[in-house]
Ligand binder design. Structure first.
Ligand code: ADP
Ligand code: MG
Length: 284
């Protein structure tokens, strides 16, 4: 894991970090565990938000590029992508590709992104590359969702530094709470060292199976511990959700009526109510 300074480390970048905040909300979809539904949530929450009229960008920061391929993007054909933005300093606008979904664009994960974690180490202000790229974005978006890789390395750190909030997909399984505590500690350290706007925007339970006792027990534990941060909407395990990416479509386009699609629509509604409450509450 990347060495994140503890809270006693002086905040080195406070004076540089003065770019005006735009109305764009940036959310990192993060969990250091793989296979918990980050990418699926990134694709389908983005789609559901775009369907309500929001302008959305999905930034694929996982070298596996599943968010890009799941949206039907041919990564080998894409001229540019998240690698060129992060390492090459290319403007995001040049790496943005439209999708089948109106108002949803994606910055695909270039094949080269797998080397970025190591290349970043040599950069000055290596934690701020993504944040600075977003600062120079002139296109306006309501939401930018960042699909993070399954690790707490420099790529995820760049996402956490650039983001206003973290959305955590959580699969209800053995040791889920331990992994979650580690992530929350990381968020706190990033918050102290690099980005004092960062909060946990929400936790969403994914691949939920109500017939599974362990699933129910873990869900109850997570809700007991994290309270209202946990979304009431739960994403059920649903075969249509897992089929959709091989068709290059969000499940909402693949099978609108299936339980998975309906769950993501509910989640988007709850997400937007939470976001609106945040604005009205005046907290950032
Ligand atoms: N609600 C769901 N029901 C069934 N399968 C799912 C669901 N959510 C995700 N999956 C499948 O589980 C696997 C891991 O999901 P993914 O979103 O890629 O996780 P991550 O990005 O955290 O690694 C994928 O094959 C995906 O299609
Ligand atoms: Mg993924």
């Amino acid at each position: 894991m990347t060495d994140i300074p503890s809270s006693s480390t002086p905040v080195i970048s406070a004076e540089i970090d003065v770019a005006p905040r735009s109305a764009t909300r940036i959310l990192a979809i993060a969990n250091q565990k793989g296979g918990v539904g980050k990418t699926t949530t990134a694709i389908n929450l983005s789609t559901a938000l775009a369907a309500t009229g929001k302008r959305v960008m999905l930034f694929d920061l996982d070298p596996q590029g599943n968010a890009s391929t799941g949206l039907g993007i041919d990564r080998n054909a894409a001229k540019s992508g998240s690698y060129e933005v992060l390492i090459g300093g290319e403007p995001i606008a040049a790496a943005t590709v439209p999708t089948l979904v109106p108002r949803l664009v994606v910055v695909p994960a270039s094949v080269d992104l797998s080397g970025a974690e190591l290349e970043l180490v040599d950069f000055e202000r290596r934690e701020f590359r993504l944040k600075e790229a977003f600062n120079s974005l002139d296109e306006t978006y309501d939401y930018i969702l960042i699909d993070c890789p399954p690790a707490l390395g420099l790529l995820t750190l760049n996402a956490l530094v650039a983001a206003d909030g973290v959305l955590v997909p959580l699969q209800c399984e053995y040791l889920a709470l331990e992994g979650l505590s580690q992530l929350v500690r990381t968020v706190e350290r990033v918050n102290n060292a690099f980005n004092d706007r960062l909060t946990v925007q929400g936790i969403v339970l994914t691949m939920f199976d109500a017939r599974n006792n362990l699933c129910n027990l873990v869900a109850a534990d997570v809700r007991g511990y994290f309270g209202d941060i946990v979304y009431k909407s739960v994403i059920p395990r649903n075969v249509r959700v897992s089929e959709a990416p091989s068709h290059g479509k969000p499940v909402l386009l693949y099978d609108f009526n299936c339980l998975g699609s309906q769950a993501y629509i509910h989640l988007a509604g709850e997400f937007l109510r939470r976001e609106e409450g945040r604005e009205e509450g005046g907290s950032s």
